[in-house]
Write a new protein. Structure first.
Length: 251
């Protein structure tokens, strides 16, 4: 059994965070002593590991709590999914590292890179993989349908879809000085939501979680930061405002 202080030291969380997880029912201690101290056994430690893995992916706590419900959650299946997603990230980052290394040599005059090599790791397949990973956090069936849908498009259609998505983000950036509640920003949210249909159709809750993931999860946020360091947070705030408005008042 570990105390709050010991578990905080091993997990990297603060005691305050662990107490908060207890308050919201996300991570209950295995037992509470007569002195009021919380003690965590193996079951609690394994649950916390899952929580941290999901948080690493940028998943909101409310969604994690739903996934970890007794009778619904299968720890082995979840760990296998975590491993697949981590392997995908490793491959993605390895490709980006190779591109960075090659570009360094290119700038030093030690090798010549083609135009296509400069963007190795930023292909349409990579973008589709990002969308698929986002969908995976919600529903395996969504992943399957999203993948099939993407593969059904021709190369020309994929290029058009990705360019359409890029245009939405460019317009989001243009709307940053106007504020997330501006008509321009809200119109971008509607276009962004419509554009999701090329991959999958998220519910309103999923739409908000997706925007939150884009603003918090390092891999997704890095893509936005390359366009504008303020973009991810701006999109998240604009989506929150959009969803708080009556349906008839949305742009």
């Amino acid at each position: 059994m570990l105390t709050v202080k010991q578990l905080a030291r091993y997990s990297g969380l603060t005691p305050r965070t662990l107490r908060f997880y207890d308050q919201i029912g996300l991570l209950k201690p295995s037992r509470v002593g007569e002195n009021g101290y919380r003690y965590y056994g193996e079951d609690a430690l394994l649950r916390l590991q899952q929580i941290l893995l999901y948080r690493e992916m940028g998943m909101p706590l409310s969604r994690i709590k739903t996934l970890l419900q007794p009778g619904v959650f299968d720890p082995l299946t979840a760990l296998e999914d975590h491993r697949k997603m981590l392997e995908n990230r490793v491959r993605h980052y390895q490709r980006l590292i190779q591109t960075v290394d090659a570009t360094i040599l290119h700038l030093k005059g030690q090798r010549i890179m083609s135009e296509s090599e400069l963007f190795h790791g930023f292909s349409d397949e990579e973008q589709a993989a990002l969308e698929e990973e986002a969908a995976r956090l919600y529903d395996p069936e969504t992943v399957k349908q999203s993948s099939l849908k993407w593969k059904s498009y021709s190369a020309v259609e994929r290029e058009r879809i990705l360019e359409e998505g890029s245009a939405v983000y460019r317009d989001f950036i243009a709307a940053i000085p106007l504020g997330p509640d501006s008509a321009e920003a809200q119109a971008c949210v509607q276009r962004w939501r419509d554009h999701m249909a090329y991959f999958w159709i998220p519910s309103e809750d999923q739409l908000l979680m997706l925007a939150e993931m884009y603003s918090q999860e390092p891999r997704f946020k890095a893509n936005f930061d390359r366009m504008n360091p303020r973009l991810a947070e701006f999109v998240f705030n604009a989506v929150r405002i959009y969803l708080n408005r009556p349906v008839g008042a949305r742009t």
